[in-house]
Design a binder for this molecule. Structure first.
Ligand code: HEM
Length: 492
C-alpha cells in the first residue's frame, strides 16, 4: 500500500483498497461513473483509487477538473497507456496518443480543419445530410437508429474525404461499424486498466471470463486497417483524376505538396482522417439518440421548441443556420442534451506527467486522471433537479443563452475535444430540422395507450440509450416525400 510507504503529503481520500486488486472490485463495471459519484458523497470532489498497481484520480468536481486539467494543463495532458490500443489495431488513433510531438502534429492538422472559423464551410453539407435524415425518417421512422448512424457517418465521410456514402451496405461504413462496435465494447477504462497491469491476459483464450477481447483482436485489426486505408485511397484517386472537391483530406494534402516532410505528413493526415470518424460519428449519433429520448419524455419542451420554430421560420421552409440566433431555445436544448446524459460519462482519461500537489493532496506522476462528467452534470448546486431535462436552465433572464455551454461534456484543457465546433453544427442542424418536421412521442399500443418503457443504456467509454419504442410522425398533415422535397428546395 503506497499510502503507508510514502512520506509527505497524503494522497486524496478514497475507499480503502482491497488487497491485490485495489478498488476494482468495488465498482459497478457497467456504470462506474455511478459508483464514483457515490464515493464522491463520502470522499469529496477528488478521490484516490487504485486498480491493481495503477494510481487513479477521479475528479467529480468541474471546478477541480478545470484547476488541474486546464490551469495546470502542462502537467495533465498525457493519456494513460491503454494496453488494448495496439491489439485492437488502434495505433493510428490520435485520441489516445501520449502527450508529445506526434500528438501535437495530429492536433494541428485537426485544428486547421475544424477550428471555429473553418467549420462554417461544412454547414451546407451538414444541412444537406440533415435533409436526407428527414427523408429517411419519413420513409421508415421505425428505423430511426439506423438513419441516425448513417447521418452522422455520412457527414464525417463527406467532410473528411468528400465521399458520399451509399444508403445501404456502404463498403466503408460497414467495416467502420464493425470495428467501432468492438472498440467501444472493449475500451472501458477499468478493462483497459486491468489489461495494462496484466498484458498477459491478452493471450488468454476468449472463452476465459471477461476476455471476450481476445477473440476480437484479429477482426478489429483487419477492420481498422481497411478503415484507415480505403477511404483515404479513394480521396487520393479523386485528386489524381482531377475530380476531387474540397475536403479535410484534399485540403490538408494540398498544403504539404512538395514539402520535405511530405511522406510523414501524408501518413499523419491519413491517420487524422480515420480518427475523425472514430471520434466524431458514434458520438454525434449517440447525442441525437439522447435528444430523441428527451423529446419523447418531455413533450412540453418539444412543443415549446416547435412553436418557436413556427413563429420564427414559418412552415413554408425549414430552419437553417441563419435562423440560429433567433432560436436560442434550440441551442438550450442542444446544451441540455449534452448535459442531461453525457455520452462520455467519464470523459476520456488524462494522465499526469509530473508529481503534483492539489490543496495539500499528492497526485503521483503517471496517475490516470478520470473526469467524472456524469457527476459534474448532476451537481445539484449548479444544475438543480439535474435528472430532469430542463433547457430553460441555459436561458438567462433576458431571454439570451447563458454563458454555460456545459463544455465539460467535451473534456478539458489541451485535450478538449478538437471536433466540438464541427459536432455543434451537425447536432444543431439535425435537431432544428427534426423538430421542425416531426412529432416525437411514445409508441401507442393496440388500444391507443402510450407504451411506457424503462430507459436502458449501453455500457462502455461512450454510451447511448438502447432502442426504445417510439413514434415519429410528420407534424404537417399530408406530408409525403414529394412535399418534403419541395420544402427542402424552398429552404436553400
Ligand atoms: C457530440 C459529439 C462529441 C462529443 C460529445 C465529444 C466528446 C469528446 C471528449 C469528452 C473528448 C475527450 C477530451 C479530453 O480528453 O479531455 C474528445 C476528444 C476528441 N474528440 Fe470529440 N466529441 C464529439 C465529436 C467529435 C467530432 C465530430 C470530432 C472530429 C471531427 C471529434 C474529435 C475528437 C478528437 C480528435 C479528440 C481527441 C483530442 C486529443 O486527444 O487531443 N470529436 N471528444
Amino acid at each position: 500500500n503506497r499510502k503507508k510507504k510514502r512520506e509527505g503529503p497524503p494522497l486524496p481520500p478514497g475507499p480503502p483498497p482491497t488487497p491485490f486488486v485495489g478498488n476494482v472490485s468495488g465498482i459497478d463495471v457497467s456504470a462506474p461513473w455511478l459508483s464514483y459519484a457515490k464515493w464522491g458523497a463520502t470522499y469529496g470532489g477528488i478521490i484516490y483509487s487504485r486498480f491493481f498497481s495503477q494510481d487513479i484520480i477521479i475528479i467529480n468536481s468541474e471546478k477541480i477538473a478545470k484547476t488541474l486539467m486546464e490551469n495546470r494543463s502542462h502537467i495533465y495532458s498525457d493519456r494513460p497507456v491503454i494496453a488494448t490500443t495496439e491489439p485492437l489495431g488502434l495505433g493510428f488513433n490520435s485520441v489516445l496518443f501520449r502527450y508529445g510531438a506526434k500528438w501535437r502534429q495530429h492536433r494541428r492538422i485537426f485544428h486547421q480543419a475544424v477550428r471555429p472559423d473553418a467549420v462554417v464551410a461544412y454547414r451546407p453539407l451538414q444541412m444537406q445530410k440533415g435533409h436526407q435524415l428527414l427523408l429517411d425518417l419519413l420513409a421508415s421512422p421505425e428505423e430511426h437508429v439506423q438513419h441516425l448512424v448513417m447521418h452522422s457517418g455520412a457527414i464525417i465521410m463527406s467532410a473528411v474525404y468528400n465521399y458520399d456514402t451509399l444508403p445501404n451496405n456502404d463498403p466503408f461504413m460497414t467495416v467502420i461499424e464493425k470495428a467501432t462496435k468492438i472498440i467501444v465494447d472493449e475500451l472501458r477504462p477499468e478493462v483497459a486498466a486491468i489489461l495494462s497491469a496484466f498484458p498477459i491476459l491478452l493471450s488468454f483464450p476468449s472463452w476465459f471470463p471477461g476476455m471476450s477481447i481476445n477473440g476480437r483482436t484479429a477482426d478489429s485489426k483487419k477492420y481498422t486497417k481497411a478503415w484507415v486505408e480505403s477511404p483515404f485511397q479513394y480521396t487520393q484517386e479523386t485528386i489524381a483524376a482531377g475530380t476531387a472537391t474540397p475536403s479535410m483530406v484534399s485540403d490538408a494534402l494540398s498544403k504539404i505538396e512538395g514539402k520535405d516532410d511530405e511522406t510523414e505528413m501524408t501518413k499523419a493526415i491519413k491517420e487524422v482522417a480515420a480518427t475523425a470518424f472514430l471520434a466524431g460519428a458514434e458520438t454525434t449519433q449517440s447525442t441525437l439518440r439522447v435528444f430523441i429520448l428527451a423529446m419523447i419524455l418531455y413533450p412540453e419542451v418539444q412543443e415549446r421548441a416547435q412553436a418557436l420554430i413556427d413563429a420564427v421560420v414559418g412552415t413554408d421552409r425549414l430552419p437553417n443556420f441563419d435562423d440560429r440566433e433567433s432560436l436560442p431555445y434550440i441551442d438550450a436544448i442542444l446544451r441540455e442534451t449534452m448535459r442531461w446524459n453525457p455520452v462520455f460519462p467519464l470523459g476520456l482519461p488524462h494522465a499526469a506527467t509530473e508529481d503534483d500537489i492539489y490543496e495539500g493532496y499528492y497526485i503521483p506522476k503517471g496517475a490516470t486522471i478520470i473526469p467524472n462528467a456524469w457527476a459534474m452534470a448532476h451537481d445539484e448546486t449548479k444544475y438543480p433537479n439535474s435528472f430532469e431535462f430542463i433547457p430553460e436552465r441555459f436561458i438567462a433572464a433576458d431571454g439570451n443563452l447563458t454563458e454555460d455551454q456545459a463544455t465539460f461534456t467535451f473534456g478539458f484543457g489541451r485535450r478538449i475535444c478538437v471536433g466540438r465546433y464541427f459536432a455543434d453544427g451537425s447536432l444543431w442542424s439535425a435537431m432544428a430540422l427534426m423538430l421542425a418536421t416531426f412529432k416525437f412521442s411514445k409508441a401507442k399500443d393496440a388500444n391507443g395507450n402510450d407504451v411506457d418503457f424503462d430507459v436502458k443504456w449501453s455500457t462502455g467509454v461512450a454510451i447511448h440509450p438502447l432502442p426504445f419504442p417510439c413514434s415519429i410522425t410528420p407534424r404537417s398533415r399530408g406530408m409525403n416525400a414529394e412535399k418534403l422535397q419541395q420544402l427542402i428546395r424552398a429552404s436553400h
